[in-house]
Ligand binder design. Structure first.
Ligand SMILES: NC(=O)c1ccc[n+]([C@@H]2O[C@H](COP(=O)([O-])OP(=O)(O)OC[C@H]3O[C@@H](n4cnc5c(N)ncnc54)[C@H](O)[C@@H]3O)[C@@H](O)[C@H]2O)c1
Length: 393
């Protein structure tokens, strides 16, 4: 039997989230061959390449010019995405990008068109929606476990102002809570309920945040996270479901994540969509709440190495692997450019609806199929490789 072709892949960006991607693309998924790591400062790329045994360390332009590289994974902050994605598409490379797709809907539309002209695929995070949690919830909805979803209540909170002291990219475009974290909730909602059709909303900005440096002689620093940091929105889905979305970055960090969907035959709670293993709970009339077993793999557990930072994000890269299988099969991928554009338009549409005081009509739409159920086998204490990857083929 001939061996399956692996997609020659490069990672661009060597920040916090990169280790988990690099490890999984190099060691977990069979469909990617990680051949290069790139960064603005090539020293950092060299360090990572040496640590993970990746052959090449490069600049971003060298990745674009390397004919061997077929797929580029962009792990830089959102304001850098547009330029890097465009550069790679123009050089004929497929791209997977961390969220948000870009910081501007028109730029995202332009990239969608460019990819179409060039017959290339783009994948867009979050790929947590391909994890065991969201895929289990989706299968349960497809099987009609709570009937037709008529509405829902969704909420997420953090102290994004405090967090932006520590993570400076949160001070830039894309750093407000709706974009940084609300995106996981929007992505999960559209994965479960399909596209949003209409939006009404109110929003509030982040306050000017002052940071005092207690232990150094640096002066006081102050900034305001751009965009809306509190959102109260009403989303009407193409299916007719009505969902209240509350995202609040101007409160405390004790995260209270809530996704509750109400159906004609029952109620479903979906676990934290910022992870791969959120539990799906179901309440049917005259019953108690029950937790469903996962119907799918990719539950976030580290299957390949010693414990690492960001292990709780352990299945990151499943969207890249699914994209790679889609490229090989000549089909569209699940975390598609249309999905990425739609998630982004919904978040931007909330801002426009709030600013104008009118209903925002969403233009973009997308389709996505559920993954085939499949697990990693649990032989040898959980380290054995099973058939979960077949669910991506
Ligand atoms: N950190 C997390 O928990 C997390 C989780 C999920 C997704 N993400 C997303 O992943 C991406 C990266 O996040 P991170 O936490 O690793 O960020 P980071 O700030 O730790 O690292 C960003 C990397 O991008 C490079 N970079 C920055 N600006 C650039 C530019 N203009 N051109 C080229 N390279 C540039 C930096 O050198 C750095 O290597 C972001 O889109 C973020 O939203 C982060």
């Amino acid at each position: 039997m001939s061996e399956m072709r692996k997609l020659k892949t490069a990672v661009v960006g060597c920040g916090m989230i990169s280790d988990i991607y690099i490890r999984n693309l190099a060691q977990l998924f069979s469909v990617t061959e990680l051949v290069a790591i790139a960064n603005r400062t090539v020293d950092k790329a060299k360090e990572k390449a040496a640590f993970f045994g990746v052959p090449k360390a490069m600049t971003i332009d060298e990745v674009a010019d390397d004919p061997e590289i077929e797929l580029v994974v962009v792990l830089t902050p959102a304001p850098a995405h547009y330029d890097i994605i465009k550069k790679m598409l123009l050089k004929g490379k497929h791209v997977y990008t961390e969220k948000m797709f870009t910081t501007d809907v028109d730029q995202a539309r332009e990239l969608v068109e460019l990819a179409e002209q060039k017959n290339l695929l783009i994948g867009v995070a979050p790929d947590t929606i391909l994890g065991a949690g969201t895929q289990t919830a989706r299968l349960a909805l497809e099987r009609g476990m709570i009937g037709d979803v008529t509405g829902g209540v969704v909420s997420i909170n953090r102290n994004q102002n405090l967090n932006s002291e520590l993570f400076r990219f949160l001070q830039e475009d894309g750093g407000a809570l709706p974009y940084d974290v609300g995106i996981y909730y929007v992505a999960t909602l559209v994965t479960l309920l399909g596209p949003v059709k209409e939006i009404r909303a109110f929003t509030s900005p982040a306050p000017v945040h002052e940071r005092e440096f207690l232990f150094t002689d640096e002066k006081k620093d102050s900034w305001q996270i751009p965009g809306s940091n509190v959102v109260s929105a009403a989303l009407k889905f193409e299916s007719g479901a009505l969902v209240s979305l509350h995202v609040n970055g101007n409160t405390i960090n004790n995260e209270q994540n809530l996704i509750m969907l109400f159906g004609t035959n029952g109620i479903m709670k979906v676990g934290n969509p910022d992870t791969f293993n959120g539990k799906t709970e179901i309440l049917l009339a005259e019953n108690d709440w029950v937790t469903l077993p996962f119907t799918h793999g990719y539950n976030g557990e580290n299957k390949v190495s010693e414990p690492m930072p960001f292990d709780h994000y352990g299945s990151r890269g499943v969207g890249v692997a699914e994209l790679a299988y889609s490229i090989l099969a000549g089909r569209s991928n699940r975390c598609s450019k249309e999905y990425g554009l739609h998630c982004m338009e919904v978040l931007k549409g909330i801002d426009i609806a709030a600013e104008t005081g009118t209903t925002y009509e969403v233009e973009s739409t997308f389709e996505m199929t559920t993954l085939t159920p499949g697990y990693y086998s649990t032989v040898f204490g959980g380290f054995g490789r099973g058939d979960a990857e077949r669910s991506l083929v």
